[in-house]
Design a protein. Structure first.
Length: 682
């Protein structure tokens, strides 16, 4: 029997090709980079803020730079002037333990940028290995062939940098020599020569360089301010107290008459507390009394009335044109005017009615006046920076500052900046400096250290300090070391004031003349920027409000009649020291400070130097007793031999002494002069 069958279909599995998953783990890895750059200094908060400088400053940059293995590493410091698109570069040199350093000089006002580029130095590594093999007696024909390739690369780089130069032609000749067996000995000599090393420095082979940047994005910054940011001498006066007539409100014209005196004393910044219209609502009387008697002028910090606000001038002082004239006359005397920015208002300020949303409201709908418990300032409304309308508030403050700049004001002292947001200051200072890069801001902030430091980082060129409360040798030494030897030296420019119109320190409340001489002299020689509260400090006003570091009968609440013709020992010292400051570059810097050993806790000695100007300053901190001791002069820092005689010239008295060796005797009587200001002359 036969049967027919249908062939069975064999089931076959279809083959599918799986696409491998994309491995993205190496997408952002730059695998050929071998050099590490870290611990760059100076670098503020990971590059968040720029460091500070003035034209002529040398910026020294350090970093740890290293690579794997034994290859040599090369590095360059790159820097960029304001508004430039290209980078300049300078060499970096190894210090020790893979720490490198380089430097560049800033020359113009504005924001510089800097960074570091480093790479494995194949040329340097080749030259080093070649030297080792030659010393070992090995023949290096193959190595010279590799060197020929390197030389051709250097020649190509020379052409890119400088065009068809003699260096380029010579490097091509060297490459040919390296391939010529007949010229072997000459080739080895050239390969190991200083000239070849010099070419390698000029035209390096930068394969796979590492460029340092903050978050792999932004370079580091240097904010360069004009020269007055680094060296200035401030004098504060209330224009309404400038009149020489009793019971008469002073004017800008009266201030002009005082300028020859101020210029003759050596001041270059005239700081004026607020000069705007003063409110009448809740106006304060004498000694901050809540009762204002008829004729009392009110507090200049109660800003604003029907006459206007922060962009207006108090009518009794003069007009805007009068103020501009004062600025022009000041300039003729080498003096700049600094205005006081107090971001607060009297209840009569136009903002209070036009922008009530800029002020904090109580539950009953009324505006909250200023308080610093237990103190109450019913005549002042603080501006509320958490307002929903903060953008318009910020823009208005920028407008005010630009109005001041249009009048000719390029220095602004800011009252209580620590009570306003850091972000606001960073923005408004940067915005104003876009149009006026020569604008300088001084932060009047006596508050917590980190708050003061943050304001400086945010853009303030000058900062008030704790100087008024640092009185002992230990306190002064510790504080100055913090300011000049730590990270603060890169961004915090101290401005020393012995007193202010707000502060009458306890140590000066006795009115003891030597104490005023000491506190003035320390401020003027420790810091390159300092100021005094004008005639009050000159005339040693000292009567305190009972139990407080404030003045009785404070000028903030009343008009004073000062004797502008009176002079005394302090006036003479101020005038002399200001002249010495102008004539000696060592006093025009703050961070060039070295404390000197003297074994008396009441004598402070310190050295301030530049390359050509060396000053030794010795101060008796004991205002009541004669003090003496042996001071140690760091001769090594001055380049002097221990047996070499040298002259110390006291620039205050004119006396000269010949000293030899490190240790020398000093004696100071506070009732004569409690200080020496020696210039070391060789």
């Amino acid at each position: 029997m036969s049967t027919s069958t249908t062939p069975k279909k064999t089931a076959t599995k279809s083959k599918t090709t799986k696409t491998p998953a994309v491995d993205t783990s190496l997408a952002d890895v730059r695998g050929q980079l071998r050099v590490v750059i870290e611990r760059v200094s100076p670098e503020l908060d990971g590059g968040r803020f720029p460091i500070k400088a003035i034209p002529g400053d040398v910026i020294t940059v350090e970093a740890d730079i290293f690579a794997d293995g034994h290859d040599y590493v090369s590095a360059r410091l790159l820097y960029q002037a304001p508004h430039e698109k290209h980078w300049h570069e300078g060499p970096m040199h190894k210090l020790e333990n893979d720490r490198w350093t380089g430097r560049f000089t800033v020359e113009q006002v504005g924001r510089y940028h800097y960074t570091i580029e480093a790479w494995v130095d194949h040329i340097g590594s080749w030259q080093h290995e070649l030297d080792l093999k030659v010393r070992d007696g090995q023949r290096v024909t193959s190595e010279l062939l590799a060197g020929a390739v390197l030389a051709e690369g250097m020649a190509h780089q020379a052409g890119i940098q400088t065009g068809n130069t003699p260096d380029q032609a010579e490097l091509y000749r060297v490459a040919k020599l390296f391939r010529d067996e007949a010229g072997y000995d000459e080739a080895v000599t050239v390969a190991l020569s200083n000239q070849f090393h010099h070419w390698a420095e000029l035209y390096p082979e930068r394969q796979h360089p590492t460029r340092y940047s903050v978050n792999l994005r932004d370079p580091l910054g240097v904010e360069v301010d004009r020269e007055r940011a680094g060296f200035s001498t401030w004098y504060c006066l209330f224009p309404r107290s400038a009149s020489r007539e009793p019971d008469t409100h002073g004017t800008f014209k009266d201030v002009e008459k005082l300028l020859p005196r101020l210029a003759g004393m050596g001041f270059d910044v005239l700081y004026l507390p607020p000069i705007h219209p003063i409110g009448t609502a809740h106006r304060k009387g004498k000694n901050n009394s809540v009762t204002c008697l008829p004729g009392e002028p009110g507090v200049p910090y109660g800003i604003g009335s029907a006459e206007g606000g922060h962009d207006a001038i108090h009518a009794e002082l003069g007009t805007v044109d009068d103020f501009k004239h004062l600025i022009a006359i000041c300039k003729n005397h080498g003096i700049e005017v600094a205005m006081d920015l107090a971001i607060q208002c009297s209840p009569n300020h136009p903002w209070a009615t036009e922008h009530p949303e800029w002020f904090k409201k109580r539950p009953d709908g009324s505006i909250q006046y200023a308080e610093n418990p237990p103190k109450k300032y019913q005549d002042i409304y603080p501006v509320y920076f958490e307002t929903e309308d903060w953008r318009n508030l910020w823009l208005e403050m920028k407008r005010v500052l630009l109005v001041w700049a249009s009048w000719g004001v390029k220095i602004v002292r800011v009252d209580n900046p620590h009570t306003k947001p850091f972000g606001f200051w960073e923005w408004v200072i940067a915005e104003v400096k876009k149009e006026h890069p020569d604008m300088l801001f001084l932060a009047e902030a006596f508050t917590r250290p980190k708050v003061m430091q943050q304001l400086a980082k945010a853009g303030y060129a000058h900062s008030y300090t704790y100087y008024s409360w640092r009185t002992t040798k230990a306190e002064l030494t510790e504080y100055m070391t913090e300011l000049t030897a730590g990270e603060m030296r890169y961004y915090f420019r101290p401005n020393f004031w012995p007193t202010t119109h707000d502060i009458n320190p306890y140590m000066l409340q006795s009115g003891h003349e030597p104490q005023f001489l000491i506190r003035y002299f320390l401020a003027a020689t420790l810091s390159s920027n300092y100021g005094i509260y004008g005639p009050s400090f000159e005339l040693m006003e000292h009567i305190p409000y009972p139990g407080k570091e404030e003045y009785l009968n404070s000028e903030k609440y009343e008009i004073k009649l000062w004797d502008w013709d009176k002079t005394n020992k302090l006036t003479y010292l101020i005038t002399l020291v200001n002249r010495i400051r102008r004539e000696n570059a060592a006093l025009q810097q703050t961070n060039n400070l070295t404390f000197c050993r003297i074994d008396d806790d009441q004598i402070l000695a310190y050295l301030k130097t530049t390359d050509t100007n060396h000053l030794l300053i010795v101060v008796n901190l004991d205002a009541y007793n004669r003090r003496s001791g042996m001071v140690q002069v760091p001769l090594w820092q001055l380049g002097l031999d221990n047996n070499q005689p040298y002259t110390v010239h006291d620039l205050i008295t004119g006396a000269r002494y010949t000293w030899t060796g490190e240790w020398n005797y000093v004696e100071l009587d506070p009732y004569m002069l409690p200080m020496h200001l020696f210039r070391i002359e060789i």
